[in-house]
Write a protein that binds this ligand. Sequence first.
Ligand code: HEM
Length: 292
Amino acid sequence: MATAAQESGEFAAALNLLMKHSSGARMLLPPWVRYLPLPFLIRVRRAVRQLDEVVYRIIRERRESESDKGDLLSMLMSARDEDGSRMTDRQLRDEVMTFLLAGHETTALSLSWAWYLLSENPEAENKLHHELGRVLGGKNPSFEDLPRLCYTEAVVKESMRLYPPAWSLARTAAEDFEIGGYLVPAGSNVVMSQWIMHRDPRFFPSPVQCDPGRWFEEPTQRLPRFAYFPFGGGPRYCVGASFAMMEATLLLAAIAQRFRLRMVPGHKVVPVPSITLRPKYGIKMSMHQIRV
Ligand code: HEM
């Protein structure tokens, strides 16, 4: 049986491959191309199989244990439709996969970009450490500390402003409509980009500058709706938004109070708009322990 470390390594490798092949022009290929025996498609299918194996195993083990752990998987398993039917393994797989991908990849990216921005902005990094020292005084951060970790939260917000893990959203118009003098015919795909809006100087002065302090000032405190939308909006608003903010803020606090992260000299950081906004060559950093 694979260890958790091996398994998470394999899971991450399969996920990396799928994200790599979901970028740019490949997304625009017609659906039938997916069935051709092309080498990159064979690798993609193998990666999906690997992810499926992990997810189906989690479902199988839970069914066998017959225990209600009170978590999301148990809730999904006990949910019933109006006709009394339960979810099939395939439906459970789709739900679990969505939560794994939507929840893990995005939050991990928001933190990766936050570390990158902090290493490039010593003033913001110092303010962060000052807050962590004042609020935590060396103890591990907990849920109760969150209301006082305001600057830490602002670092997460600023990271998602400049490098939104979900960099665009798309919708298909169900009927003709007009917006800003443009007619959008039914059936058109409309793309709304966080990357573009979050860098608009009308809402964010000096937009490319990383300044977590802006979240305590005008005009950022009075943003119009959808000038900043890292978690989307409307009926499809991210169900994990509050959880993700809590998780990212606590993780940033826990790690930053012990370590400073520095870019490895010469390493190039290049954002790639695949399904999520990923750093093409990763973000290579060294960790330096802080004496508390
Ligand atoms: C920084 C972290 C996160 C970001 C930036 C993010 C971003 C988003 C965005 C932009 C959407 C809307 C997609 C659309 O409208 O097409 C979305 C939906 C969703 N997110 Fe998140 N998300 C994050 C964390 C999470 C977490 C932690 C979970 C689960 C625990 C999660 C689960 C979901 C699910 C299930 C949906 C689909 C909701 C629906 O269609 O009704 N997300 N997320």
